[in-house]
Write a protein that binds this ligand. Structure first.
Ligand SMILES: Cc1ncc(COP(=O)(O)O)c(C=O)c1O
Length: 386
């Protein structure tokens, strides 16, 4: 019996170590240039846990589970090249939706994240210590010096901009995965500071569609402001690879020169134009969505509230900060029950209270999917009882 216990303990310990190694991202302090990991890799989950793909409840991304329904696409669109008027129709729809003057479309906001370091001259780039790591990867690979600010503190962001001669400041708003919003007024103050030194304020608003009141898309024409938007999150259209960059005319023309002739396919242009024009769908999606977010937030508060340091919501996901051991246990237990969430190591966070913590990010469960809701309720109850 004792031997069996020791054996099981050893197996658990080694799985924990393996999982931690697999899921631990490159740490800001170390600035490794390994490719960042992403949510949604169910093939990997399936391999690790021996559960077939169709059995998973995938909560590892912030993609709306009730995304925009794909309209009938004219057959010839798969054979033709995108024409100027079709692209223009999308640009006009996007200008109205984002309330901006200048905009360029690309293959997801990711394309712009990769492109931007090539357009600025070298220097210092400030970014959140906990945030979508593609920014870190793109700017550090291009040779910039990276300075981190504490993603949970607006003062830390302000101090970095005031005290350092940073050339570029990146804000992820709301921050994925920290689930923190930066106020619009603060962003506009930062814009003034950056503009006087000829710098950039890049605001990644990939998750901003749910709570647009925090968005500065309407101010993207101001000097130095660059806003990134995505159709992959609230619209749930991550697979068609459409994103936008909003900025001054001067920045837009630089991007257009680099982005190539046909960055997005005609079927994608077509779907995106319909989605941006469809006010009725957007209205219903926001309502449905806020019910799904409230459901998830309440469930996590009920099941994990007594153990969590924070439970924060950001529209399309809810992030829970826990002691590292418990986070690893929950992550593994949920995964072994076919529930895939996102684990985030926080040991290199600038905030000392987070050094022994980890973050679990839960994507939304559709409010129309009672089976999925039940699976998560039971999964959390079982994981907490183990
Ligand atoms: C904060 C953030 N920005 C940008 C992206 C890129 O999204 P996309 O290229 O689909 O627009 C992601 C993807 O997860 C993200 O989390």
């Amino acid at each position: 019996m004792v031997v069996r216990r020791i054996f099981i303990g050893f197996i658990r310990w080694s799985i924990a170590l393996t999982v931690k190694n697999i899921i631990t991202p490159e740490l800001p302090g170390e600035l490794t240039l390994e490719l960042p990991e992403h949510g949604g890799d169910l093939g990997f989950a399936s391999q690790c846990y021996g559960i077939s793909l169709d059995k998973w409840l995938d909560l590892s991304t912030g993609i709306n589970p009730d995304g925009y329904p794909i309209p009938q696409i004219p057959q010839q669109y798969f054979q033709q090249l995108p024409q100027r008027h079709q692209k223009q129709a999308l640009i006009e729809a996007a200008k109205t939706y984002y309330q901006c003057e200048n905009i360029v479309v690309g293959a997801g906001s990711q394309q712009f994240i990769e492109l931007l370091p090539q357009l600025h001259t070298s220097g210092k780039v400030a970014m959140p210590d906990i945030g979508y790591r593609e920014h870190l990867y793109a700017w550090s690979r291009a040779g910039y010096q990276i300075i981190f600010y504490d993603s949970s503190s607006a003062e830390s962001l302000q101090t970095i901009v005031n005290n350092n001669d940073v050339n570029v400041v990146i804000v992820i708003n709301p921050c994925n995965p920290a689930a923190i919003h930066i106020e619009k007024n603060l962003l506009l103050k930062l814009q003034q500071k950056m503009a006087t030194r000829g710098g950039w304020l890049i605001v990644d608003e990939a998750f901003a569609d749910v709570n647009p009141m925090h968005s500065i898309s309407g101010y993207a024409h101001l000097p130095g402001v660059i806003v990134l938007r995505s159709l992959g999150k609230l619209f749930g259209l991550a697979g068609i690879r459409i994103g936008f960059l909003l900025a001054s005319k001067a920045i837009i023309s630089k991007i257009e020169m680099r982005i190539g002739l046909w960055p997005v396919s005609l079927p994608s242009l077509f779907i995106a134009t319909q989605a941006l024009l469809d006010k009725q769908w957007q209205y219903t999606a926001r309502k449905q969505h806020s019910a799904a977010e409230q459901w998830l937030f309440s469930l996590l508060q009920k099941k994990l509230g007594h153990e969590a340091l924070h439970i924060r919501r950001a529209g399309l996901f809810v992030s829970v900060i826990l002691n590292e051991q418990l986070a690893i246990h929950l992550y593994q237990s949920l995964a072994s029950q076919g529930i895939w969430v996102r684990y985030w190591d926080l040991s290199s966070s600038l905030s000392s209270i987070l050094s022994d913590k980890a973050l679990l990010r839960f994507g939304l469960v559709s409010i129309t999917d009672a089976n999925a809701q039940e699976k998560l309720i039971n999964g959390l109850a079982y994981a907490m009882s183990e």
